[in-house]
Design a protein around this ligand. Structure first.
Ligand code: CA
Length: 234
């Protein structure tokens, strides 16, 4: 699996407290970070501050309904959405998918099934594409990365990176200590390995080391894991 569950933040929008509670429990048990909103208005207030990595949205909500919320959210973000509906809302359910939900579950559903659906949508959409994920600032020791301005400061001074160098550094830094193979990096930074020389990754890692490491010949941040790939040490 290419994403790590413990840094996926899910907003559950559900007005039935007992259902919200059980969904929350299962998601947390699966390793996700979970926040709950009890109605559409509350959800909007949360979403205005920060878009999470995933939204589970009940269709029938007080204040602002699920469809309006989906439409509102889609104007701002491509965050994955799973819509929760009751059977009688069949027609709305289809409208929900057209409106931009990624999947739906019908009440009553098993919480375990919902967790599986979340994982499936995450796999399908790839976490890299979610709005919130690509906009989170990172501070790791003496390195600060700002994805909005695509700038990197190392020991207080801003460094110049090419687009791919930035993407590579940001991907590795966002998953500290997680080892990525060259193939995974080609796939996720260059969008596919077929036409690109695998040596490209090696070259980019070397250039990044020259820019961020105190001593590029004995790196302490961008580490080679022999026979496997690379990782970022925070
Ligand atoms: Ca409801």
């Amino acid at each position: 699996m290419i994403f790590r569950m413990n840094d996926v933040r899910i907003l559950v929008v559900e007005d039935e407290p007992s259902l919200a509670e059980v969904v929350c429990l299962y998601l947390k048990r699966a390793g996700f970070q979970v926040q709950v909103a009890a109605d559409g208005k509350q959800a909007m207030a949360i979403l205005e501050k920060q878009i999470p990595d995933f939204v589970i949205l009940d269709l029938m909500l007080p204040e602002i309904d699920g469809l309006s919320l989906t439409r509102w959210l889609r104007d701002r973000s491509n965050v994955p959405i799973i819509m929760v509906t009751a059977r009688r809302e069949e027609i709305d359910r289809i409208a929900g998918l057209e409106m931009g939900a990624d999947d739906y579950v019908v009440k009553p559903f098993s919480p375990q099934e919902l967790v599986s659906r979340v994982r499936a949508v995450l796999r399908r959409t790839g976490r890299e594409q979610t709005g919130a994920e690509s906009e989170r600032d990172l501070s790791l020791g003496d390195i600060h990365i700002s994805p909005v301005s695509r700038t990197v400061t190392v020991r207080e001074s801003q460094i110049e990176l090419t687009a791919k160098e930035f993407d590579l550094l940001y991907l590795l830094a966002r998953h500290p200590r997680q080892v990525f193979t060259r193939e995974q990096l080609l796939e996720r930074v260059w969008g596919g390995a077929e036409y690109i020389d695998p040596g490209t990754v090696t070259v980019h890692v070397r250039r990044l080391r020259e820019k961020i490491e105190r001593d590029p010949s004995s790196p302490v941040r961008l580490l080679t894991v022999w026979g496997v790939g690379y990782k970022f040490e925070p």
